[in-house]
Every structure is written in C-alpha cells, then in structure tokens.
Design a binder for this molecule. Structure first.
Ligand code: KDO
Length: 335
C-alpha cells in the first residue's frame, strides 16, 4: 500500500524537477495534454462526466487523456504523481488527501456528510479555504471541484440467511475489503468489521474467490464493477456519503492563461454537476436490477450504526487532527 507522509511529499515536491509531465507543451503553439489517472472504469459516471463534459470544454487548448482502472498509476499513488509533475489530474478521495494532510479525514468520516448537496455546500464554504490552500502550497495539488460518488453500503458474499446484518455487532469478524489508507481502515473498524486493505481493481476477484467476505461501495459501483455477480446481500448502512475531488496539478494550472484557468474551472464544475445528477439517478434506480441478480437489499438498524460509528471517532486520534470548530461548521451546513 502506498503511503507517504506529508513531510516526504513536501521534500519530493521541492527536490524534483517539475517540468516532467504536468501539462507543458514543447512549443508555445502546441496543444496542452491533460492526463487523468483514476482507478475507476471508463463507464463509471465520474469518468463519463470528465470525458463527455470536461474534455470538450477544454478541447480548444488541451487534449484530455484519461487512464482508467488504475492503469496509469495504482490507486492511492495519483496525488504523489501530480505532486512530482508526472500527472495532470486525478479523481482523488478525501481519504487519499488525508495521507498527506490528516485533517482531510474529517471529510472521510462516517455519517458526517448528509447528501450530495451537503458535500457541495461544504466544498464551496470558506471552511474549505485552509484545506485547499494547504494542498496547493504543500503538495502542488489544486482541488477544483467535488464529485459525488454516493452512499456506501456493506455488500457481502454471505446470504442474509447466513448473516443478517442489523447492528455493528453483526459485522464482528467480517473480513471487509476497504481501500488501503488509514482513514478507510478506521471507518471499517468503526463499522464493527475486520477491514482488509485492497486496491479497487482486485476486489471482484477477491470476492469471487472468498479472499474477503465483502466490500463497501455505493450501488452504482456495485453495478459498474459487477460485484452483484459475486455477492448475496447489501445492508444499506449509508455509512459514508462519499465524494471525490477533481485534483489538478498546481504547476500545470500556473502555466495556463487566466482565460484557460477560468475554462478549466468551469469545465470541472460542469463535469462534477453532470456526474452528480447521473450518479444520483443511478443510485435511486439500481436496486431492482441488483435484486433481480439475486442480491438481497435491506436496511439495517441505522441508529445503531450511526451511533456506534460516531462514538468510535469521538476522542480518537483521527478526530484530534480536525481543526477546531470545523465539524460544527460542516454540521451547520447540513439539513
Ligand atoms: C474504492 O476503492 O472502493 C473506491 O470506491 C474509493 C473511491 O475513492 C474511488 O477511488 C473509487 O474506488 C474508484 O474510482 C473506483 O470506483
């Protein structure tokens, strides 16, 4: 699993030549190339939004080159690649940002964001300014916009007859795949499970062989990655209303004209807005399809999950990294 301390990132940012690949043309008249790395598939709504909305909007001055399924950079290594000048863009998670700046874990904490609109209000609120500034100044990564991934639920190989998940106690000993960073693993434990770190691209095989008991992701991901083929149940825990940031190289950004910067910002916002609507639509309409493939979907005791998860964060090392007052500010932006 990739893990880099903030200090190491800062050192590498300072020490390495930043001319490598961020978005620099050989000649002034050349088009720029914006390379994006994601562990998501080409059919993932965030990828679709970038290809169908972002790319055309910047096409007059930049070619958009996406690399899907972790083929350009493995999941969790994209931010470092941007920081080193080897990549222009990624679809980054708050959990990945927290590898460099632990306070980003607040945006990766269970039952904090309430819905997609809440994510947008939080991202655009002045409370984000200090987070964004730190990412730019210390990592060389500009967070352009917030994308909606969706409500993450617990998705297991066992049938409900074998394991009926009502409370966190029912997940005791369940080997739940979570992505490989500290924030994810903390959340997996907070849910009551025994989390196993694993890259997204390995999850289907691990579910089909039984190397893990389950995974957590929103319904659109369960369909896109065909996890419904190798699992039997989904407990709608909604433990994380998950987001991603459209992350952009600060070096590449600084090389753009003011007009181009405005266009890139607008294109990112438009792609995020388009993707959000598509993802929400899918999230609301996929349950029947998943059920028709033999996966039982049901709602557990949400109060039990929420109170247990929140209790794990209170007084934790994770919560100690959150700047004073930010949780209250986030909550105040909720419904
Ligand atoms: C995952 O690994 O479970 C996750 O959902 C984490 C997200 O942050 C995001 O990276 C996503 O995978 C990938 O884009 C694949 O959908």
């Amino acid at each position: 699993m990739f893990k880099m301390t903030r200090r190491a990132a800062i050192v590498s940012l300072a020490a390495l030549s930043l001319t490598a690949g961020a978005a620099t043309p050989a000649f002034a008249q050349d088009k720029l190339t914006f390379t994006l790395a994601t562990s998501g598939s080409e059919t993932d709504q965030r990828s679709v939004a970038m290809a169908n909305v972002f790319a055309p909007m910047v096409a007059s001055f930049a070619d958009y080159r996406p690399g899907y399924n972790g083929t350009l950079f493995a999941q969790g290594t994209e931010l470092e690649a941007i920081s080193r000048g080897n990549l222009t863009m990624s679809i980054a998670s708050a959990q990945e940002m927290a590898q460099f700046f632990p306070e980003f874990s607040i945006f990766a904490t269970g039952y904090v964001h309430q819905d997609a609109a809440h994510q947008v209000r939080v991202f655009n609120d002045p409370l984000m300014d200090a987070f964004k500034a730190k990412a730019e100044e210390e990592l060389g990564v500009k967070l352009l916009s917030v994308m909606y991934l969706g409500r993450r639920h617990v998705n297991l190989r066992q049938s409900r007859d074998e394991l009926n998940v009502q409370t966190p106690a029912d997940l005791a000993g369940v080997n739940l795949r979570m992505p490989g960073t500290d924030s994810w693993q903390f959340l997996g434990k907070a849910l009551g499970a025994a989390p196993t770190p694993m890259a997204f691209t390995e999850v289907y095989t691990a579910l089909s062989t039984g190397a893990v008991d389950g995974q957590d992701n929103p319904l659109p991901t369960v369909v896109d990655a065909k996890f419904y083929e190798v699992t039997k149940q989904i407990a709608l825990t909604s433990h994380l209303v998950d987001l991603n940031y459209i992350a952009f190289s600060k070096e590449a950004w600084d090389g753009l004209s003011a007009d181009q910067q405005l266009t890139v910002q607008r294109a990112a916002d438009a792609a995020a807005a388009y993707g959000r609507l598509k993802q929400l639509d899918k999230e609301n309409n996929l349950a029947d399809f998943i059920r028709s493939n033999g996966v039982e979907i049901y709602t557990p005791d949400l109060d039990a999950f929420r109170s247990h998860v929140q209790a794990q964060y209170v007084g934790s090392e994770v919560a100690a990294t959150w700047p004073d007052g930010v949780l209250d500010q986030i909550n105040a932006l909720g419904n």
